[in-house]
Design a protein around this ligand. Structure first.
Ligand code: HEC
Length: 136
């Protein structure tokens, strides 16, 4: 089968849905890092945010799909808002997370950024989250 250059260009133009279909999910590589068991020598989050049930800190899920969705939708998208400048990116870049583990390398961070580029706007869209209760 010959490579259809026009088809490739069209799937890029169609955006995320079409590219996700045509290519592997950029979260694959990120999940491969995150799903490692937590530990002093590990860049992983499993055993805290990832596991069969909530363990320690905010819960993201267990399977790859659950974790991707869990991070994206957590608190209305607060963790990924801002993309490369999001809470998630900054915590990993600065080594705040993984708590008690090994800081992500530049190479691992680059994989995170590629995923964030695909799913998050680089411009923060959440100005403030209001917790005011309708009861009060
Ligand atoms: C040893 C357990 C542990 C490990 C391992 C760990 N975390 Fe955390 N994480 C926590 C806890 C506990 C908090 C809550 C801290 C707080 O609220 O002050 C937290 C908070 C966070 C937050 C901020 C949540 C918020 O509400 O702002 C992010 C983002 C995060 N972790 C990402 C990760 C990622 C990604 C990994 C793996 C690469 C990871 N963490 C590994 C325990 C852990």
């Amino acid at each position: 089968m010959t490579r259809n250059v026009a088809g490739v260009a069209i799937s890029f133009a169609l955006g995320f849905g079409a590219t996700a279909f045509a290519q592997e999910n950029p979260f694959d590589a990120v999940f491969a890092i995150m799903t490692q068991d937590r530990g002093r020598d590990s860049p992983g989050c499993r055993g805290c945010h990832i596991g069969e049930q909530p363990a320690f800190g905010p819960y993201f899920g267990n399977t790859q799909d659950e974790v991707e969705n869990g991070i994206i939708t957590y608190d209305g998208g607060r963790l990924i808002d801002g993309g490369r400048d999001s809470i998630l990116a900054n915590y990993l870049r600065e080594g705040v997370m993984p708590l008690g583990g090994t800081q992500w390398t530049d190479c691992q961070l680059e994989l995170l950024f590629l995923w964030l580029d695909a799913i998050a706007s680089p411009y923060p869209i959440i100005e403030a989250v209001s917790y005011s209760s309708p009861m009060r």
